[in-house]
Design a protein around this ligand. Structure first.
Ligand SMILES: [Zn+2]
Length: 154
C-alpha cells in the first residue's frame, strides 16, 4: 500500500476537490494500467499534475478513456468516508504489504464509495458531487514516466 504522505498544504480545504479527484485518478490508473498510484503529485487549486510509471506510451484514445472514467466515477456522487482503523481492519480495504516500517497502529483510511480506498491524512470533499468535473489538459511520456496535467471544471 502507498501511504499518501501528504504535504501540509494537503490540509488546505481549498484543494480538497482537486485532491479527492487525485484519489479517483490514481485508482483509475491502477485499474487501467496496473501501475502504482502516483508518487509525486503536485496538487494545486487551479491545475495539478501526477506522474505514473508505465512501460509504454498510452494512445490518445486511452487517455480520453481515463478522463471519461474519472468523470463517470465523479458523476456517481459517491460518498467519501474517512475512518480511523486499526491495522487489521484497514487490511480489508488496502494492501498493507508495502507499509513503511514505522507505521502507526491506526490508519486513516479514505474510501470513495466502493471505488477507491487508501490511507491518507489530507483533506477531502464529503461527496464526489462536490468535485465538479475532471479535465485532462495534456500529458507527455518519456522514459517510462507518464506525466499528466489536469484541472477541474463545473
Ligand atoms: Zn487524500
Amino acid at each position: 500500500m502507498e501511504i499518501n504522505q501528504a504535504a501540509p498544504k494537503f490540509q488546505d480545504v481549498s484543494i480538497a476537490p482537486m485532491h479527492t479527484a487525485e484519489h479517483i485518478l490514481n485508482q483509475t490508473m491502477v485499474r487501467m494500467f496496473g501501475c502504482p498510484r502516483s508518487k509525486n503529485a503536485h496538487i494545486e487549486r487551479k491545475k495539478s499534475k501526477c506522474d505514473y510509471q508505465l512501460a509504454e506510451a498510452p494512445s490518445a484514445e486511452t487517455m480520453e478513456e481515463v478522463e471519461r472514467r474519472v468523470n463517470e466515477v465523479i458523476d456517481q456522487h459517491l460518498p467519501v468516508n474517512i475512518d480511523f482503523m486499526p491495522l487489521e481492519e484497514a487490511g480489508k480495504f488496502v494492501d498493507l504489504s508495502k507499509l513503511p516500517e514505522n507505521v502507526s497502529e491506526t490508519l486513516r483510511i479514505v474510501r470513495i464509495g466502493d471505488y477507491d480506498a487508501c490511507a491518507c491524512i489530507g483533506t477531502h470533499v464529503n461527496n464526489t458531487s462536490e468535485i465538479g468535473h475532471f479535465k485532462l489538459l495534456n500529458y507527455d511520456y518519456a522514459d517510462g514516466r507518464l506525466r499528466l496535467r489536469f484541472k477541474l471544471t463545473e
